[in-house]
Design a protein around this ligand. Sequence first.
Ligand SMILES: Cc1cc2nc3c(=O)[nH]c(=O)nc-3n(C[C@H](O)[C@H](O)[C@H](O)COP(=O)(O)OP(=O)(O)OC[C@H]3O[C@@H](n4cnc5c(N)ncnc54)[C@H](O)[C@@H]3O)c2cc1C
Length: 418
Amino acid sequence: MIETRATDDMEPVEDFRARARAFLEATMPPLGDGWNDRSDERRDRERELQALLWQGGFAGICFPKEYGGLGLSQEHQRAFTAESTPYDMPFSLNVPTLGILAATLVEFGTHDQKLRYLPGILRGEELWVQFLSEPSGGSDLAGCLTRADRDGDVFMLNGSKIWSSAAYASDYAMCLARTNWDVPKHRGLTMFIMKIHQPGVTVEQIRQVDGTLEFCQEFFDDVQIPASDVVGEIDDGWTVASRLLVHERLAVGGGSPYTSGASFGHDGSGTDTTILDAAQEAGTTRDPHVRQLLAEAHVRQMVGGQLVKRVTEGMASGALPPPAGSVIKLFGATNVMRRSEIGLEIAGAGVVAWPADSPGVAGDLGRASLSRQGVSLGGGSNEIQRNIIRERLLGRPREAAADRDIPYRDVRRGGSAS
Ligand SMILES: Cc1cc2nc3c(=O)[nH]c(=O)nc-3n(C[C@H](O)[C@H](O)[C@H](O)COP(=O)(O)OP(=O)(O)OC[C@H]3O[C@@H](n4cnc5c(N)ncnc54)[C@H](O)[C@@H]3O)c2cc1C
């Protein structure tokens, strides 16, 4: 369990903060252009940045000591994050590798799995991705059709996953597959650790509207996974997947204790500084309407920060149940959309056309805005978050589901049962 506040046996937070400040100043490069670039070069750079954190003794602040982390509290993590804001950090390693997959491994992995995988992750040597969504639909995650059939000490996987972020450049995945077709859909699933680059796995990149090739689809053709790489219990993968999604909502919403560095990511909303730069570039900082928009963007960011703090502390103390992570996720997604609109309005015509060699702040905001809706889908869509809040936080009746208590084999899919 991660402590919310420092305990007596831990280094005092202010001592830790002072050490972190000195380390960051001496070691980490300042935050500059390209931090939100999604190129392979940037990904390699982030592996190097994570290695610097590891060498300096600042990787995995809230991860257990036994597996390479520092075993400190969320208070220590928050102090480090605040100090790290001016520096370039391995932002994309936070989500999904550290904040989602490593966090899930900490909770459900065996001792051997944690010893084997966590130190490599904390050193920046192994990137992880989630193999959850399928071509038949991502919201109904429990409707998974990828199958895993046991053959002695090995499971054979067949099927396909899609929308996996940067799978082609990653090393391992957590993959949800169906191991039992004779029970209702939530009860026959198992979570596996899958080595991505191995015989039987074909990874295809998908070109997105902004020209990037980050998303992938994978095809599994008799992929062999040792039974020792099952995460959690066989046929109880839903329990693991549900916790994974809680970690995802926290990480995407900026409230994960397992991530390090400022929580702005590839969301198209820009930082406060970017939006202010856009106003300066357009020469409109004295325009009353622009000033109102700048204030709105800033207030939204502050409210988001307070919401994250309140919800994560509530979850850590038990005052709020795990589904509360959906509140942060939903606010984060709607906030990104609004802040992106603000950025576009302030930046003006430069967001739709820019000189090829110098996009400027406006061009960067325009390009990033093309993928801004991703945050309303990745980690579960806004509608799904609203369903969770309604059913599991507010206690309203559950959505009707005709397939809830039927063996999955008998569920009609696409007009027929399997
Ligand atoms: C940036 C990004 C990163 C992603 N990364 C990954 C990844 O690494 N690994 C991975 O496995 N997946 C990933 N995904 C996929 C993501 O999890 C899915 O897009 C998401 O779960 C929605 O699934 P879908 O796209 O198939 O839409 P569908 O499930 O087909 O939904 C379509 C629409 O119907 C609505 N809808 C569906 N069911 C309901 C319901 N019960 N009530 C109300 N409305 C409903 C949805 O809100 C949505 O608007 C990523 C997506 C994005 C955008």
